[in-house]
Design a protein around this ligand. Structure first.
Ligand code: F6R
Length: 607
């Protein structure tokens, strides 16, 4: 979603800002802009479309050692040049970029308009520079503090003043901002991705904190004027390369990175000889684990699908009641929170507003939440305080792939640890621990020989409708396959548990309807074979993802995609791989923008 970059220091600001915006492109956006403070004036350039358009429009030889830049993902007002950020006050001497939503913008707009302010855009953001201007009498910090007293809503806000070519003011409430500390220069960004090229030392601003940033100092206070205490943190070494390397798209690269990313998630955590696991960040003794009465796992989108797999594994193996919840629903249904229960929040970005809202609801009611997060230092990781990092490395493609398999791996690791304290005897535990350790090799084995994906794609391209079908642990995998296909190939499709077919969706079957069945060799296999026969009898073109050597499943398939065998609990980690490749190849065949699908953002920081 929207991205922010700011710079103050001895370098020319423009190249730093444009490079930062490039690094934030993966978040999804529809317009971009930059404001440079130079020679007592602010020069704003903004345009619709890609950062590439902005780079062409900006004079990169322009001076100016201080500036701010933004990528916008439209919420209030259409995708137009006037609506792109930065926004200025009427004199053009104050410029702001803003992530988040101002809830009382209508009231503020009416008041400002009555005072003679004219608005240049349809955005909620534009009230901010006008409001700051009304409070400005030479002290930028005081003006921003006073303006923010009148604002309700969420913001990651960065402000510059033409009169102060050495000062950036940043304020945070519900939308992340991170200050990057350099030698004689400082940076601000909504996401540390924009900073890693320049510095690893960062300060994460807290909610209601307002910081004054110059080239040599960072001073901040709370919105109420009290001191803000912050610590300097070191960004963890970034795993994996941020370039596409030999791959044509980030998504394909990230699919092929899964042996390493899953391996990193497991490293040092599995104790194969004990048949157990160690998750340092969980900070729970075996006794604590035996006392957990139930587990609820929150997430959105792909992370929710990982949560479903995790909940099924926990309940099935550790015999602890467990459920997955869509965070955006959970947060608003006034859930009952058992303070003894364990809540987990799954998020790749660690910034998803709905997941964060769910966490806050649990904490407000006295519950505890463990994060299962990829981005180190992200808001969800810091809000939970405890949990597990999945260590996928940067996931740049909007469609999540390697984060899903690492989220599931982390949840399995927790399941093993929990089940070992309750239901799982040493023999079965050692078998599962060894199987988990083998996953990276099994993933490599599949990716080396992925089967006839392109043949399956031929049934999908041009289809009016497609159906994914799975039972048990393969149902969330089916959901994930359908989500991927919608996200990047825009092919209408849905996922159903096989047992639901007769209750409705079978009406959709007609000759040639593509059905993708996920049929590992587990306790649901026989029932799935019946479900496949039912749709086949109605002319469906069946692509079957099945365990290698399953001749019966193969015989029912129009396209058979065999996958290596693995412990039945772990099958989602393997059967999701052909589905990732299927959506990738379908999007490729249809000529879609695979890494940046329409309307989607990588990190959904607003509701
Ligand atoms: C799907 C996808 C989204 C995210 C969802 C949650 O490919 O990327 O569905 O999974 O927006 O995001 P995180 O995991 O960052 O909380």
């Amino acid at each position: 979603m929207c991205g922010i970059v700011g710079y103050v220091g001895p370098r020319k600001a423009t190249p730093v800002l444009l490079d930062g915006l490039r690094r934030l492109e993966y978040r999804g956006y529809d317009s971009a802009g930059v404001a440079l403070v130079d020679e007592g004036a602010i020069a704003v350039t903004k345009c619709v479309g890609r950062v590439g358009n902005l780079i062409e429009a900006v004079d990169d030889t322009a001076g100016g050692n201080l500036g701010i830049a933004h990528t916008r993902w439209a919420t209030h007002g259409g995708v137009t040049q006037p609506n792109a950020h930065p926004h200025c006050d009427m004199t053009g001497r104050i410029a702001v970029v803003h992530n988040g939503i101002i809830d009382n913008d209508e009231g503020l707009k009416a008041r400002l308009a009555a005072d003679g302010v004219t608005f240049a855009s349809e955005t909620d953001t534009e009230v901010l520079p006008h409001l700051i201007a009304r409070h400005y009498a030479g002290d930028p910090h005081e003006a921003v503090l006073k303006a923010l007293q009148e604002v309700r809503g969420t913001y990651g806000l960065v402000v510059v003043f033409a009169d102060h070519p050495d000062l950036i003011i940043a304020a945070r409430n519900g939308s992340p901002l991170v200050v990057g500390l350099g030698e004689g220069e400082n940076f601000i960004a909504s996401d540390s991705h924009a900073l890693v090229r320049y510095t690893r030392r960062v300060i994460y601003l807290e909610d209601r904190e307002v910081a004054c940033i110059t080239a040599t100092e960072v001073n901040s206070v709370q919105l109420d004027g009290s001191d803000a205490i912050h610590t300097v943190e070191e960004l963890e070494a970034i795993y994996g390369s941020e370039d596409k390397g030999e791959f044509p798209h980030y998504m394909l690269k990230e699919i092929h990175e899964q042996p390493e990313s899953i391996g990193r998630c497991l490293r040092g955590r599995i104790l194969p000889d004990l048949g157990s696991a160690r998750l340092g960040g969980f900070d729970m003794s075996p006794r604590d684990l035996t006392e957990i009465p139930r587990v609820t796992i929150l997430g959105c989108g792909t992370s929710y699908h990982a949560a479903m797999v995790g909940a099924m594994a926990i309940e099935g193996l550790a015999r602890v009641p467990a459920q997955a919840e869509i965070a955006s629903e959970f947060r608003y249904r006034n859930p009952v929170i058992d303070p003894k229960a364990l809540f987990m929040a799954v998020s790749q970005s660690g910034e998803t507003a709905d997941t964060l809202g769910g966490i806050k609801e649990v904490v407000t009611k006295g519950g505890r939440v463990m994060g299962v997060v990829n981005v180190v230092g992200s808001t969800i990781a810091r809000t939970c305080g405890a949990g597990v990092y999945i260590h996928s490395g940067p996931e740049v493609a909007v469609a999540s792939t390697k984060a899903f398999t690492s989220q599931v791996t982390a949840l399995y690791t927790f399941t093993l640890m929990l089940a070992r304290t309750r239901t799982l005897g040493p023999h079965d535990a050692v078998e599962l621990a060894r199987a988990l350790v083998s996953v990276p090799d099994v993933v490599s084995e599949y990716l080396a020989e992925p089967g006839p994906i392109e043949e399956a794609v031929r049934h999908l391209v041009g289809a009016r409708y497609a159906l994914f079908m799975g039972r048990g642990l393969s149902f969330p995998v089916a959901l994930e396959g359908a989500l991927k296909l919608k996200e990047i190939a825009y092919i209408p499709c849905e996922a159903y548990p096989g047992g639901e077919m007769k209750h409705g969706p079978i009406a959709m079957m007609e000759p040639g309807t593509p059905v993708i069945a996920i049929v590992p060799d587990d306790q649901h296999r026989e029932k799935m074979i019946s479900n496949m026969q039912e749709v086949r009898a109605r002319g469906a073109a069946l692509t079957v993802i099945h365990s290698r050597g399953d001749l019966k499943a193969q015989s029912l398939a129009s396209v058979s995609i065999p996958v290596p065998r693995i412990h039945t609990l772990l099958t989602p980690l393997i059967s999701v791989l052909p589905l990732q490749l299927l959506s990738y190849q379908a999007a490729l065949a249809l000529g879609k923008d695979i890494d940046r699908p329409r309307n989607l953002a990588k990190s959904v920081t607003v509701e």
